[in-house]
Design a protein around this ligand. Structure first.
Ligand code: UT7
Length: 338
């Protein structure tokens, strides 16, 4: 892509959403046959009933390619019109090349800038902020923000504390330029990170600290999580981030048509929803069917809400996420399909 600031002001429009999940459904009963857990424990502690597992040959980019094609079809946009692909992911195909570049090549988005974004489960919100900045400064017209995850590959399937939580999937959104008077786009973002909590949610090996060449242990090669600490952090930042954003926008939660929170645990969501005072009917959840798909989770819920007729043009959507880093973020946007 080539972008030049030409003085024209544009607005970043949430133009299309889409998703793809692998075929294989793994129920809580199946998990209980593999590790010492039960459907009852998983359902009551997390709200999860089943999740999807990628096939042995499927990597994150394979899921991402299908999701990307669906988003472009929904927007009626040719792949070579994309200026940039941002792939938030905690389970990239490789450290490099980026999963975004692999997806770009396979969908025919030749020449589009492409990079992966590391903000774990908050990655989609961070990616939306980057895309909005690119579009509103006139440097790009069409940016695809596409979370693509195969977290089951980096989860120890013998560790009941983590293996029941995560699932695979890809989902995202197209952010396109619209004239300022045509669209209201993204009204604001609240983003943050607290690196002191990094060890509470970490995949230790594979980088420069514990290189793959050093033959890391099984535990070092998988997600390690301090569940209770992450739970406390998640409930706090979901409430704080949404409250700060609403205050900055001088808006009331009652104005939000749909809240789409990161799908990690229904207890985290229910607690935050109650404290925020939003009608639960206006909150979309699908954690019961997909578990935690990290950076794909918010757009997967957004896309399903759209497919179920719960997201209409002009609707005000609030999204909020939290995850490894530790990171958090929220945004408010109007859904304005092209
Ligand atoms: O995207 C961000 C990623 N992570 C999260 O959002 C996770 C946030 N944390 C959580 O969702 C919850 O902390 C968990 C679901 C991970 C755990 O729920 P909890 O209510 O905090 O349980 P706990 O960790 O306090 O464990 C309670 C008990 C323990 O046994 P003892 O020590 O009381 O005897 C665990 O060993 O439950 C046990 N346990 C299990 N039992 C059956 C832990 N995992 C399981 C399991 N099945 N899968």
């Amino acid at each position: 892509m080539i972008g030049v600031r030409n003085g024209a002001r544009s607005c970043a429009r949430l133009a299309a959403v889409g998703a793809h999940v692998p075929e294989r459904v793994v129920t809580n009963a199946e998990m209980a046959a593999a590790v010492d857990t039960s459907d009852e424990w998983i359902a009551t502690r997390t709200g999860i009933r089943e999740r999807r597992f990628a096939g042995p040959e499927e990597a994150s980019s394979d899921l991402g390619v299908i999701a990307a094609q669906r988003i472009l079809a929904a927007a009626d946009l040719a792949p070579d019109e994309l200026d940039m692909i941002i792939t938030p992911t905690a389970s990239p195909d490789h450290i490099f090349p980026s999963t975004a570049a692999i997806i770009g090549e396979r969908i025919g988005a030749r020449g589009a800038a492409a990079f992966d974004l590391s903000a774990a489960c908050t990655g989609f919100i961070y990616g939306l902020a980057m895309a909005t900045g690119m579009v509103e400064t006139g440097l790009a017209r069409h940016v695809l923000v596409l979370g693509a995850e195969t977290l089951t590959r980096v989860t120890d399937q013998t560790d009941r504390a983590t293996c029941v939580l995560f699932g695979d999937g890809a989902a995202g959104a197209l952010i396109s330029a619209a004239a300022e008077d045509e669209a209201t786009g993204f009204l604001g973002f609240e983003l943050g990170a607290d690196g002191s909590g990094g060890p509470d949610l970490i995949l230790p090996a594979g980088g420069s600290r514990i290189p793959a060449l050093s033959k890391p242990s099984r535990a070092e090669s998988c997600i390690n999580m301090n569940g209770r600490e992450v739970f406390k952090f998640a409930t706090r930042v979901m409430i704080d981030s949404c409250t700060r954003l609403l205050e900055a926008l001088e808006m009331d939660i009652a104005e939000v048509d749909l809240l789409v929170p990161h799908q990690a645990n229904i207890r985290i969501i229910d607690y935050a929803v109650e404290r925020l005072g939003i009608d639960p009917e206006r909150v979309f959840n699908n954690v019961d069917r997909y578990g935690n798909t990290s950076s794909a989770s918010i757009p997967l819920a957004l896309s399903e809400a759209h497919d179920n007729g719960l997201l209409s043009p002009g609707d005000l959507v609030m999204m909020v996420g939290f995850g490894g880093g530790l990171t958090w973020g929220s945004t408010m946007a109007r859904f304005e399909p092209a």
